[in-house]
Structure formats: structure tokens, C-alpha cells
Design a protein around this ligand. Structure first.
Ligand code: G6P
Length: 595
């Protein structure tokens, strides 16, 4: 998991590369490096963040170069393993995102031919392979021959000493070209180039591309191809912190806007009804929602909503388990939920679904991402760019997309449907009201920060929110957290209850409320401190819980949206109190493009 970038144009390459790498750090940040080319190549690498690298970079006059920010997969975090990697003569440099599965055999063969390797990475075979095929001035051809030898996934950018172009290629890893005025860019994603351009071209699998300062040439299977130029609907300001201490907090506060955007134009005004402009089977018998991480929790909410509201059989399947579970046996519509649109497990599951003849829909935040091109159609969640590794506004937007999907099937009682849609429209206002109570929730987060273990419990549609709370807490505060359906506690987790195991209980006034009350009494009886998240106006829970957090009372089915904000803020303030690097948690990356 890494971020790669290339620049060629009229500016000095080093500052552009360093700036762009900073924007890609969310993809990996254990080490980084750049190579700039004039008559010779100059390579600088560092263990640590881009700021560390920028201290080492000597001033230069090169106007072309490539860069990489790494999240180690093959080989430890060392300068030698950091990219760019170079060939024996130091004439060719390569940055790579992906995994070359057959690198050991390629490396053995190259070593037999006299190539000397200096790193433990899979990537290093690439500059040597390219060197093997390279004839002066014909870099593109050499890259084409080299990638033919590879098994696995790659997005690569290659530069050669003395060359007036970059060469890029992709298979199963994202790569986008940015078009500027007398300058062009290549990167893993658009955030790396938004400071310079919003005109982009997304490369397809098998594309090999030569980029000069003035032009871009793309070929696939030996034939020249043209790809559509798209305008990115995001601005450079959106990927800055805007006065917040962390991107995560900024993105939590952007949720009212994110929800408004997700809803925009999808609810008719006069007669409230949801209309989605997507290609979908008219009467799907079985729907499978597949996803990873937070997106999987949105899928669990989707499962329940589709079943309850649309009366369609639906099930959520973790994407990395998709093949084992074989959900395609009885499903006709597979919905892949992925904010990035690039998660390798989710893409693999989607390909399996397509191969099995299922219709596919991508629920995605990133325009032009691989999932959007893989699926029959896309429902964009429109949360705007999300920088923090921990998903927040993209998760809320996915959840809202699940309500829209379920309601668009329009099969429940008309009055209930109208009420739900009308209240859904008010959610952005409710979210803003809840966010005004941030300091209250912050106190509870600070209190929880003293514990090493936390339980999140809920029933029904809020159980996925409990899962999300536990995931966020683990991810950013490194505190052990588990989520349980409250009714399951007595089947094992009870053994862990006691004064050192605080419990956050999500207890809106829905049909599970009295059972939640009983569960909480049982928890209290075993000595665990209880923080209950309840509806405004609920005074009963104050008798049961130690602390109470109140959220605007909405229709029970909509409560997950508001409760999500509470668990996000709790996890944020646990992490902040513990002094954790919130936006860049250890060992995690935002977009996981490896299986
Ligand atoms: C990573 C991120 C999670 C995210 C998951 C799925 O693990 O750290 O925050 O939920 O990937 O990502 P996707 O882009 O498919 O939603």
C-alpha cells in the first residue's frame, strides 16, 4: 500500500513531488523517496514522513521526477527498501504500488544474469527488468516488455536519466494522469495533483502511458487508445485542515454537508419519493452487499434496511470472505460499498460477482475509481475528499446511501415511507445540533481514555454502529475495544465485565429499548461503568446508566446516523487524550489495494 507520483513540466520537480507526496501520505507513511532526472538521476530516500525527506533533498534544477510514500509490505521499513528503486547502472528509477507475486523467481533469474539487488522488496525486480529490455530513448517499449513478465498488481511510474518523458503503467492498482499547462502529472489519486490541476484522465488496466510536459500518449495491448478527460469536482481547499486540529475532526464536522450532498437531487420535492438514477434489476430476489472495514458496517445497516423497508432478501458479506461464502449462488444483484473504490478485496469480490453473472452496483465516493469502472453502475455518495485514515463522513454518506437504496424500492406502507423520507431530509440539521454538543461528548471520551478495554453494545440496527465505534476506537486510539449485540453479552463477554471494562450502550427508543434497559442493569450489576447514548427527552436511562449522552430524537430507524457521530467523537477524544497520531494511525492505510 503506497502512494506514487510523477511530474514533468516547467516547474522545479522537487517541491512539486514533495508537496504531492504529502497529500498521498494517507496511503502509507513509513518511508518515502524521490528521484529527479536530468542527464543523471538523483535519488533521495528517508525513513519516516515526507517532512523528513524534504530535509534531505538538495536543491536542484530538474523539472521531471517521480516520488513514493511507502507502507511496507515486502521488506522492513529501511532506506534501502524505500522507493524509488534503480537499475544496476543507476539510469532507470521506478516507483510502484501493488504487489509483484512472482518477484522471487524474476529476481533469481535476473541475479543469474548478473543483476545485483540491494533491497528486500518485490519492486526492485522492475528497474532491473526494464534495464534488461532498455534501448536508449525507448523506455516505453522496455516498460511494456517488463510488465509482461509480471504476475500481480502494479501501478508504476518510470523515469530514465536524460529522458524527456515519464512512463506509467497499471494493472489492478489505481493510476491517474493530471493535465496541466505545459506540465503533466501522474499519481495514485487526484489528491496529489489538486494544487495544480483538476483535469484528469483515469488509466485502465493494461494501459501503458508516455507523459511529456506537453502531451500524453496511451496504449493498451500495442494499440493507441484515448481516454476521457474528466474534471474532478473537488478543490485543493477541501483537502486542507481548515483550522481543525485533525482532518478526522474536520471531516466529522463536515457530515451535515456530506449528508445533504448524498441526498441532493435524489428525493422528489412535491411527493416525497426516492429516485436513484442507477441501472438496477427490476425485482432482485437476493441482494448481496459486500465491503471491508467501515464500509462493511454500512453494508450491515444496508442489509437490515433493504430487508425491512424494501422486503428484499439482502445479506452483507465481508469482501475478503466472499469466495468462501459463495453468495453469488443465489443472488442476482451484488452491491460493492467502498469509499475509495480501490479496496483490493472488494474489487476481487466484485469481479467474482460479475463472472457469476450478477448485476453489480458500486457505492463509491471517489469518481473515476476502479470500482466505478468495474460495476454496471455507480451510486456516488458525494461525501467530498476524506483525508483522515479513519473513515467518518464517507461512512455516514454510505449509510445514507443505504436508506436511499432501500427507499427507492418503495415497497413499504406509503405513509411510513413519506414520514421516513421527510425526516431523512432533516438529518443534516439534526447532525449540526448534535455536533454543537461536542464538548459534552469530549468529556466522556477523555474519561474513557484511562481504560485499556471498552465494550460498545447495542441491539438491532444500532449494532453495526457499535461495531463502528469499536473499530474507530481500535484504529485511532490503540485501545482494545469490542462490540457486542447486547443480548449476546450473557453468552461469554459477561466474564469480562467489571470496574475496568466500561460499556458504551446505544439505546434509542426503538423496539429494543426495554431489552436494552435490562441488559444495562445486568452490566451495572457486574460493576462496569455504563455510558448510555439515548434520545433527547429520555429520562429513564439516567436511573440505569452512570452517564448519559443525549442525541436528537428521530424515528428509530434513522437513529444509527446520529449515534454514529457520538461513537466517532468518543473515539476521537479517547485518541486525543492519549496523544495518538489521529489522522495517521500506526500500521493502517486509508486505501488498501493489496489482498
Ligand atoms: C481501510 C481503511 C478503513 C476502510 C477500509 C475499506 O481499512 O482504513 O477506514 O473502511 O479500508 O475501505 P473502502 O475504501 O473500501 O471503503
Amino acid at each position: 500500500m503506497c502512494g506514487i507520483v510523477g511530474y514533468i513540466g516547467h516547474r522545479l520537480a522537487q517541491p512539486v513531488l514533495l508537496n504531492s507526496l504529502g497529500k498521498l501520505e494517507y496511503r502509507g507513511y513509513d518511508s518515502c523517496g524521490i528521484a529527479v532526472a536530468e542527464r543523471s538521476l538523483e535519488v533521495t530516500k528517508a525513513v519516516g514522513r515526507v517532512v523528513e525527506l524534504s530535509r534531505l533533498v538538495a536543491k536542484g534544477s530538474a523539472t521531471a521526477g517521480i516520488g513514493h510514500t511507502r507502507w511496507a509490505t515486502h521488506g522492513a521499513v529501511t532506506t534501502a527498501n524505500a522507493h524509488p528503486h534503480i537499475d544496476c547502472r543507476g539510469r532507470i528509477a521506478v516507483v510502484h504500488n501493488g504487489i509483484i507475486e512472482n518477484y522471487l523467481e524474476l529476481r533469481a533469474a535476473l541475479e543469474r544474469d548478473g543483476h545485483r539487488f540491494v533491497s528486500e522488496t518485490d519492486t526492485e525486480v522492475l528497474p532491473h527488468l526494464i534495464e534488461k529490455y532498455y534501448r536508449e530513448g525507448r523506455l516505453e517499449e522496455a516498460v511494456g516488455l517488463a510488465v509482461k513478465c509480471l504476475v500481480g498488481s502494479y501501478a508504476i511510474i518510470v523515469i530514465a536519466a536524460g529522458s524527456k518523458s515519464l512512463v506509467a503503467a497499471r494493472r489492478d492498482s489505481p493510476l491517474v494522469i493530471g493535465l496541466g499547462d505545459r506540465e503533466n502529472f501522474v499519481a495514485s489519486d487526484v489528491s496529489a495533483m489538486l494544487d495544480y490541476t483538476d483535469r484528469v484522465v483515469y488509466l485502465e488496466d493494461g494501459d501503458i502511458c508516455r507523459v511529456t510536459a506537453d502531451d500524453v500518449f496511451i496504449a493498451n495491448s500495442g494499440t493507441t487508445v484515448s481516454r476521457k478527460v474528466q474534471v474532478v469536482p473537488w478543490t485543493a481547499e477541501q483537502v486542507q485542515k481548515g483550522g481543525y486540529e485533525h482532518f478526522m475532526l474536520k471531516e466529522i464536522h463536515e457530515q451535515p454537508k456530506a449528508v445533504s450532498e448524498t441526498l441532493a437531487g435524489r428525493i422528489s420535492v412535491i411527493e416525497p419519493a426516492v429516485t436513484l438514477d442507477i441501472e438496477a434489476p427490476a425485482n432482485p430476489r437476493n441482494i448481496v452487499l459486500t465491503a471491508c472495514g467501515s464500509s462493511y458496517h454500512a453494508a450491515l445497516i444496508g442489509e437490515l434496511l433493504l430487508t425491512r423497508l424494501a422486503r428484499v432478501r439482502a445479506r452483507a458479506v465481508i469482501a475478503s470472505e466472499f469466495e468462501q461464502v459463495e453468495p453469488t449462488l443465489d443472488s442476482d444483484w451484488v452491491i460493492a460499498i467502498t469509499q475509495s473504490g480501490e479496496t483490493a478485496d472488494t474489487l476481487r469480490a466484485t469481479k467474482k460477482a460479475r463472472a457469476a453473472g450478477c448485476a453489480t452496483l458500486a457505492v463509491v465516493n471517489v469518481q473515476g475509481s476502479t470500482a466505478t469502472r468495474l460495476c454496471d453502475d455507480t451510486l456516488f455518495v458525494r461525501a467530498g475528499p476524506e483525508v483522515s485514515v479513519a473513515a467518518t463522513k464517507t461512512f455516514i454518506a454510505q449509510v445514507v446511501a443505504m436508506y436511499l437504496l432501500a427507499l427507492s424500492r418503495g415497497t413499504i406502507d406509503r405513509k411510513a415511507e413519506t414520514d421516513l423520507i421527510n425526516e431523512l431530509k432533516l438529518i443534516p440539521a439534526y447532525l449540526s445540533r448534535l455536533l454543537d454538543r461536542e464538548s459534552d461528548i469530549a468529556q466522556h471520551g477523555a474519561y474513557l481514555a484511562r481504560f485499556t478495554d471498552i465494550f460498545f453494545v447495542a441491539r438491532g440496527i444500532n449494532y453495526p454502529v457499535a461495531l463502528e465505534g469499536a473499530l474507530k476506537t481500535k484504529e485511532i486510539s490503540y485501545v482494545h475495544a469490542e462490540a457486542h449485540p447486547a443480548g449476546e453479552l450473557k453468552h461469554g463477554p459477561f466474564a469480562l465485565l467489571g470496574p475496568n471494562m466500561p460499556v458504551v450502550a446505544l439505546a434509542p427508543k426503538d423496539e429494543t429499548y426495554s431489552l436494552m434497559q435490562s441488559s444495562m442493569k445486568e452490566i451495572k450489576a457486574r460493576g462496569s461503568p455504563v455510558i448510555a447514548v439515548v434520545d433527547e427527552g429520555d429520562s429513564d436511562m439516567e436511573q440505569v446508566a452512570d452517564y448519559v449522552i443525549k442525541v436528537p430524537a428521530v424515528q428509530p430507524l434513522l437513529s444509527p446516523i446520529l449515534n454514529t457521530v457520538v461513537v466517532q467523537l468518543i473515539s476521537y477524544y479517547i485518541a486525543k487524550t492519549r496523544g495518538c497520531p489521529i489522522d495517521r494511525p500506526a500500521n493502517l492505510a486509508k486505501s488498501v489495494t493489496v489482498l
